[in-house]
Design a protein around this ligand. Structure first.
Ligand code: HAM
Length: 414
């Protein structure tokens, strides 16, 4: 028997309603905030991710699904969606058409990490990217969008953490200070290797020893330039002004190299070790890095598996819509009439079904119950003779005889 590949899963039956609920809510909130959908390919040139996420990150070093295609092109399954969105933005010169572009996306991402609760090799992100403005109020919009999204789902017990990691100018001094601080410390092999070029990466190292050392490293705030400091102050003030609770985490650097200034995460205690529901931030250099003009951008992505897990954990009930009509028939002649009616109802937009097996009326009624049908239409010998349909309203426990001419209107009206 074939089995699903390790770190991936099938989403269907009882599970799918959660996914539909999350995605519908996400699309709704994105529409309200005036974000447009974007769909990019599942795979890109590997270089797209190396240039954006960074050569010395875990994602690029260890977690990318890369492969050569038949023409020897080096391609990668996308581990995230910010880089593809910016690739599409620059490639299509969107900056010439719109000063500010706001996109949202939903789709699978791929990272070859050790699978555990809340961590998959194929997982799904719901994300947004706002490209074209440096205002801290755009960071605020993104953060409010992410919080409203979780609130609308009915989720509780999540917390917003923010930080500023400055721009590349502030980071020059900070990185030298980090190097000085880390030089004589006992780091893991990865961190030792990264010490020269990217000492900041120690902050997202998973090694226990490095985590302990990282607790004592200098905070970045003293190294922020005036512009980055002012940006961060404005963001904090506006969050406070809007009554949004947040906590500053000076060690929040995120596992991707493209961030500048603001970065944020929304975490929950419900998830265990993989406690980040949403991660995002500003990336003011990426459009230029990809060959576009100097253009600032900010965005976030939410992990759909983790959101669904929290919905279940918090026992949030998702109302399932039953079908409108189940057609029950007795005998071959009635079955044919029932099937004709079935396709007619469907043409008129009524969600309807029929159990095509030949089973007892009792079983058919049980099936109606299981499907949450509002009406059952019974067609037996009597109904054939009288040329009518017997319509049972299961909600109101009443029944009517309705003619063929009136049946669609009768059901639509009710
Ligand atoms: P990220 O923090 O790598 O950021 O991922 C965002 C979210 O995706 C995480 O908070 C988590 O919920 C989910 N996630 C990540 N890896 C896995 C996994 N292996 N299994 C299950 N869920 C996972 C980004 O990807 C950035 N592109 C976010 C962004 C958008 N920044 C700016 N714009």
């Amino acid at each position: 028997m074939f089995k699903v590949v390790r770190g991936t899963k099938d989403i269907f039956l009882d599970e799918i309603k959660y996914w539909q609920y999350v995605e519908e809510n996400f699309k709704k909130i994105c529409k309200i905030f005036n974000y447009q959908e974007i769909r990019t390919p599942i795979f890109e040139e590997t270089e797209v991710f190396i240039r954006s996420i960074g050569l010395e990150t875990d994602i690029v070093e260890k977690e990318m699904y890369t492969f050569l295609d038949k023409k020897g092109r080096n391609l990668a399954l996308r581990p995230e969606e910010t880089a593809p969105v910016i690739r599409a933005y620059v490639e299509n010169s969107i900056f010439l058409k719109k000063p500010l572009s706001k996109f949202y996306y939903i789709g699978p991402m791929f990272r070859y990490d050790r699978p555990q609760a809340g961590r998959y090799r194929q997982f799904h992100q719901l994300g947004v990217e706002a490209i074209g403005d440096i205002s801290p109020y755009l960071d605020l919009e993104i953060i409010i969008l992410s919080l409203n999204f979780l609130e609308n789902l009915g989720l509780k017990n999540f917390k917003l953490f923010i930080n500023s990691i400055g721009c590349k100018n502030c980071r020059v001094n900070y990185q030298s200070e980090l190097k000085r601080f880390l030089e004589k410390k006992l780091l893991c092999n990865d961190c030792n290797r990264r010490l020269k070029s990217a000492p900041i990466r120690i902050l997202d190292c998973k090694n226990e020893g490095c985590k302990e050392i990282a607790k004592g490293i200098p905070e970045i705030f003293n190294f922020l330039c005036d512009e980055c400091s002012e940006h961060f102050e404005k963001l904090k003030d506006s969050l406070t002004n809007f009554g949004i609770e947040f906590q500053i985490d000076p060690y929040l650097v995120r596992g991707l190299d493209y961030y500048t200034k603001t970065c944020f995460e929304i975490k929950t205690d419900l998830l265990g070790a993989q406690n980040s529901l949403i991660g995002g931030g500003r990336y003011d250099e990426l459009v230029k890095e990809f060959g576009g003009p100097d253009t600032s951008a900010v965005g976030f992505a939410a992990g759909e598996e983790r959101i669904v897990f929290c919905l279940k954990k918090q026992k949030i009930e998702i109302k399932e819509e039953g079908i409108d009509v189940l057609i029950s028939t007795i005998g071959d002649k009635a079955k044919l009439r029932g099937i004709k009616l079935l396709f007619n109802l469907r043409r008129n937009g009524l969600i309807s079904d029929h159990d095509f097996r030949t089973i007892s009326l009792k079983s058919q009624l049980r099936y109606a119950d299981k499907l949450g049908a509002r009406f059952v239409i019974i067609i037996g010998e009597d109904e054939l003779k009288k040329n009518i349909f017997l319509v049972k309203d299961l909600k109101k426990s009443v029944q009517f005889e309705v003619s063929e001419d009136d049946i669609v209107n009768f059901l639509l009206k009710n």
